[in-house]
Design a protein around this ligand. Structure first.
Ligand code: GLU
Length: 363
């Protein structure tokens, strides 16, 4: 899972943003970036790879300003490049996003037709353009975000920064967690309490559909129908826990709710969402159009994955599939023509998990 942090501070925030992102490294990421406001002027630095690459950029080209947002990205839409790294921005707004905007394609087409120019392959960039579109039509930042949220389908946590508004951050959550942190004359946004633990242990977790308008004086939280709501202010006990439960009651509930995002990230390695094509991790040494039958043998979780593959191959490729528990497969003496072997190791602590994909031509 990727990370979000936002700071309305009383001193330059670039270093603090990077420190907070370092605390989120445990969630996994492929690129990172920050945007700050210096006397109303918005600027950003982004880098592919580890946070160290971003730090090097910030040494070469420092960012001033007491207001900022930061992000560690784990790509779902678009390659892990600097251009696709967050924050995504127009001249009016910068946004960081965890999760997936499912209807990004239709929104992107609509905005392009209206004259917006896109610079990345991500789903996230539509959010920046949509908010800008509403602001150009006269809405305030808060009203533009409220209108934008109603158009987004999918799972997301978002943090917004607005050019010319040094005392404003807006956060929103649907599906992915987001917390508001309270400091002394400072306010924060974070995808979990761990990111905010160097700054504050006093938090409110946004609930499903909530969005929050932060100034240095405090926060106003609204629900999905834009009604003002109160959310409990809690003391976080992150110092005693390595991993944060967010506002879930149990870690198990948290993991269940994270599944759509984790599956999205995993598939993103193989699917190019923008061009809607699949990139296989290895070039297969045969012509799929000549394959008449597929035999999969696997154990444990891989066996269940194979069952899903059977449904998909049969339904979409009209290719008949058989699947065996790997330990039984060798005793069956199944006639195979071509064999592709892959094995993978989950972790050093666990026994190796191997799977075989056996493809054969019908005789
Ligand atoms: N879907 C967004 C992207 O691919 C956000 C990914 C994330 O959660 O880091 O840029």
């Amino acid at each position: 899972m990727c990370g979000i942090v936002g700071i309305l501070g009383s001193a330059p925030v670039a270093g603090q943003l990077v420190d907070a992102l370092k605390r989120l490294e445990y969630r996994g990421y492929d690129s990172a970036g920050i945007a700050t406001l210096d006397h109303g002027v918005m600027a950003r630095r982004r880098a592919e790879g580890k946070l160290h690459a971003l730090e090097i950029k910030l040494v070469a080209e420092p960012l001033g300003g007491n207001t900022g947002i930061g992000h560690t990205r784990w790509a779902t839409h678009g390659r892990p490049t600097e251009l696709n790294a967050h924050p995504h921005a127009t001249d009016r707004v910068a946004v960081v996003h965890n999760g997936i905007i499912e209807n990004f394609r239709e929104l992107r087409e609509r905005l392009i037709a209206a004259g917006h120019k896109f610079n990345s392959e991500t789903d996230t960039e539509v959010v920046a353009h949509l908010v800008t579109d509403y602001m150009t039509k006269g809405k305030s930042p808060a009203d533009a975000v409220a209108a934008t949220l109603k158009e987004l389908r999918g799972a997301f946590a978002l943090a917004f920064l607005f050019a010319g508004h040094d005392d404003l951050l807006i956060g929103a959550r649907k599906g992915s967690p987001l917390a508001v942190g309270y400091g002394k004359g400072e306010m924060y946004l974070g995808s979990d309490a761990i990111a905010l633990s160097p700054f504050t242990d006093t938090l409110s977790y946004l609930e499903e559909g909530d969005w929050a308008v932060l100034t240095r004086k405090g926060v106003k939280i609204y629900d999905a129908q834009d009604r003002p709501v109160e959310r409990a202010i809690e003391k976080s006990s992150v110092s005693t826990h390595l991993v944060d439960k967010g506002n879930h009651k149990h870690f198990m509930a948290k993991e269940i709710h994270e599944q759509p995002e984790v599956v999205g990230h995993t598939l993103a390695h193989y699917i190019d969402m923008v061009s809607e094509t699949v990139d296989l991790p290895v070039a297969l040494p045969f012509d799929w159009s000549k394959i008449k039958r597929l035999s999969i043998s696997a154990c444990g979780t891989a066996f269940y994955a194979g069952l899903v593959a059977k449904y998909w191959f049969e339904r979409f490729a009209k290719l008949s599939v058989e699947i065996d528990i790997a330990s039984e497969f060798r005793y069956r003496g199944a006639p195979l023509e071509a064999v592709i072997w892959r094995s993978s190791f989950r972790s050093r602590a666990r026994p190796p998990i191997r799977w075989r994909l056996c493809a054969m031509r019908a005789r």
